[in-house]
Design a binder for this molecule. Structure first.
Ligand code: F6P
Length: 328
């Protein structure tokens, strides 16, 4: 018989993403709805190790559905990677009477949670929160949609100055291991070329494509590059390389950086967060553990955490073709 859950902890872990607050709110209010207690765990697993907990009632999450970042703060805890760190975390959870927790984060956060569960048989649920959208078992992670809109908005602005000066812009977007942001925002913003970690375009093809676009009458161009792109050069080296080989181009670089992680979540992310939070808590109450709640074909689903961690969230290759056609 699974243990009856009377108190649920909630934490945000790893890189923050817009929609995390809406997910915290959803977890807290779903607990209140089912008359169970909810405890906020600050600074991810580090706060768990230090016992940085606070009781959260439904009114403690007023006016956060629209806020970026995470009111619980986030951290990438090295100490939680050690057995001693996890032992301390477990002692604190037991002392606070917490029976289960919901972790909102990416695959590193899920890996830590799963390891913790295997050592202490502690019920856990994961909610995918990262702008990178690189988690298997969900079509969307929290914050991805907002980040796409932020990037498109920025590139629209860059386009104004690019076309006024007949320049080529390299715009670097986030995505250490995944090209979802680059690919989708690139198409949305009308980029000439999109460089992503999953596909090595090669320097020659890039030069060729830029030459072709100049010859076809384009006076300015935008190339979107994921930070993890495997073309072998960072974005500034790429600028030098292109300028050396295609002197007709006047190149500028814009690294969008952490602005992509901030800002008010889109309506899509708020609704997603609300749906995932409800399902995460209700699944724990049903005695389930070690799952990630996600969205598949617009339905909220459960994927075993192990699969979510090991599986690869593939890019849609058709989008590469669409992008190529659009840049004709
Ligand atoms: O994992 C999300 C992400 O935004 C990546 O795209 C990026 O590489 C990384 O976080 C940056 O992490 P940090 O803020 O710790 O430097």
């Amino acid at each position: 018989m699974p243990k009856t859950i009377k108190k649920v902890g909630v934490l945000t872990s790893g890189g923050d993403s817009p929609g995390m607050n809406a997910a915290i709110r959803s977890v807290v209010r779903t607990c209140a709805y089912h008359n169970i207690e909810c405890i906020g765990i600050y600074r991810g697993y580090q706060g768990m190790i230090e016992g940085d907990f606070k009781e959260m009632g439904p009114r403690s999450v007023n006016n956060i559905v629209n806020k970026g970042g995470t009111i619980l703060k986030s951290a990438r805890s090295l100490e939680f990677k050690t057995p001693e760190g996890r032992k301390k975390a477990h002692e604190n959870l037991v002392k606070a009477g917490i029976d289960a927790f919901v972790v909102i984060g990416g695959d590193g956060s899920f890996t830590g949670g799963l390891l913790f569960n295997s050592e202490y048989n502690f019920p856990i649920m994961g909610i995918p929160g990262t702008i990178d959208n690189d988690i298997f078992g969900t079509s969307h992670t929290l914050g991805y949609d907002t980040a796409l809109n932020t990037v498109v908005d920025c590139i629209d602005k860059i386009r104004d100055t690019a076309s006024s000066h007949n320049r080529l812009f390299f715009v670097e977007v986030m995505g250490r291991d995944a090209g979802h942001i680059a690919l989708n925002a690139g198409i949305g913003a009308g980029a000439e070329e999109i460089l992503i970690p999953e596909e090595d375009l090669g320097l020659d093809r890039l030069l060729e494509s830029l030459q072709k676009s100049k010859a076809s009458g384009k006076s300015s161009s935008i190339v979107v590059i994921a930070e993890g792109d495997k073309i072998g050069k960072n974005v500034f080296e790429l600028k030098d390389y292109v300028e050396a080989n295609l002197p007709e181009y006047d190149v500028r670089v814009s690294v969008l950086g952490h602005m992509q992680r901030g800002g008010s979540p889109s309506c899509f992310d708020r609704v997603l967060a609300s749906r995932l939070g409800v399902r995460a808590v209700e699944s724990l109450l049903e005695g389930k553990s070690n799952y990630m709640v996600g969205l598949q074909n617009d339905k909220v689903t459960l994927t075993p955490l192990e699969q979510a961690i090991k599986g690869k969230s593939e890019i849609d290759r058709e989008l590469l073709r669409v992008s190529e056609i659009m840049s004709t």
